[in-house]
Design a protein around this ligand. Sequence first.
Ligand code: 13P
Ligand code: SF4
Length: 327
Amino acid sequence: MESNSIGYVNAPIPKEVDLKAEINRMRKEKNAIILSHYYQTGAIQDIADFVGDSLALAQWATKTKADIIVLCGVHFMGETAKILSPDKKVLVPDLNAGCSLADSCPAPEFEAFVKAHPGHTVISYVNTTAAVKAVTDIVVTSTNAKQIVESLPKDEKIIFGPDRNLGNYINSITGRNMLLWDGACHVHELFSLEKILELKKQYPEAELIAHPECKQPILTIADFVGSTAALIKHTTQSAKKQFIVATESGVIHDMRKKSPDKEFIPAPPNDSTCACNECNFMRLNTMEKLYNCLKFELPEIHVDENVRKKAVRPILKMLEISEKLGL
Ligand code: 13P
Ligand code: SF4
């Protein structure tokens, strides 16, 4: 069975197959672990061995003793797991699960940008291809970006890519003047300030919480800004009972599980009639594709060994600093 050019296995699944039971049976039989990002569907989050943000998924990829890692997330997450665990088989249910932010930073252009600005430490967000990581000094995620930037001397010249919103936000809270790559995530850039302001009027008691990939005007009016994991933690700790959530709406599944007595209102995007904002790439993974992926052990992530050897260094550096900082 091939995943071929369509990027996933589309073998027909008989109606009588109990997907959950079969996925559970196969993962035991194959010594496979299912890792899920918080932006996956509720069904995938519920069946995963572990649900986490980008940092936690990378940390798990180094820890697991499984022979197979099924990464239910987007391509760069599978690639990061493969870079860290080259001897394991790393599968992603649908290889078409890309990332507009990673796509906004093609490796040849980024490398030219780095060469045009010598003497800079290169910090890249984990939402990048292996080839971009290969020309990076330290990888960061939204959970550790501030602390990692602050761990460098105050006068260190830094290039930060690819997310201009996260970069601007880190500059504003650290007082640094990092040189920014001009990239962005289409999901987080799409939130409508106008509609959010209307929601704030409608829910005056609600806290507005936002991911730092959102545009600056939204971050300015947010009551709390943080990574996926930080937003979830905040909703469990805050005394507030209502939250307007300006990030991919998949996180609300976990927020509701952790705080069933609280209300979560997804922040709306500006260009549709839809009330919430989903990452179309993340949502390409389905329970059916997960089932076929485990059954046929396809599609698999491969990383060129020369690129991998260069890309692993900045990721390990991030994991090392994060461990020291207790993140
Ligand atoms: P985190 O998981 O680091 O919060 O990143 C959010 C994101 O956009 C993942 O693609
Ligand atoms: Fe990429 Fe944005 Fe989707 Fe995250 S939400 S995977 S940054 S496109």
